[in-house]
Design a protein around this ligand. Sequence first.
Ligand code: NI
Length: 134
Amino acid sequence: MSLKRFGVSLEEGILTELDQMVERENFPNRSRAISYLVKKNIVEQKWSGDEQVAGAVVVVYDHSKMELHKEVNAIQHNYNCLILSGQHIHLDEHNCLEVITVRGKAHKLIRLASKYKGLKGIKNVELVMSGTDD
Ligand code: NI
C-alpha cells in the first residue's frame, strides 16, 4: 500500500498527548500512531454495522460458584458458530480466566459478550475486536 504525505495541525496539548502515546505504546513514529487511531475508529464504527470482525472475549469469574461455571460453558455451546477456540486458565484457588477467540458479525460478538456481562458473579468481561482488512 502506497503512503501519502499530508500536513496535520494539532493543538499543542494534543500533540504532547500524541508524543506521549508514541513513546508509551512504542510506535516507531507519529504517523504510525495516527494510522492506528484512524483504523481503530473505523473498526469501532463497523461494530454497529454488519461487518465481519475477529477478536476475543476475556472473562474472569469465580469457579467455586458452580452455577456460574455451568452458565459460562452453556453460552459457549449456544454461540459455537461464532467461537473459534477457548482457553481456560486457573488463575488461583478461586478465579478462572477464559479467553474465547471469536469471529463473526460485530453486533453478534457484542451480543455474545453481553451474555457474559449479564451473568451474576462474573468479575470482568472484555471484548476485543479487530477488522481483518488493511
Ligand atoms: Ni479454573
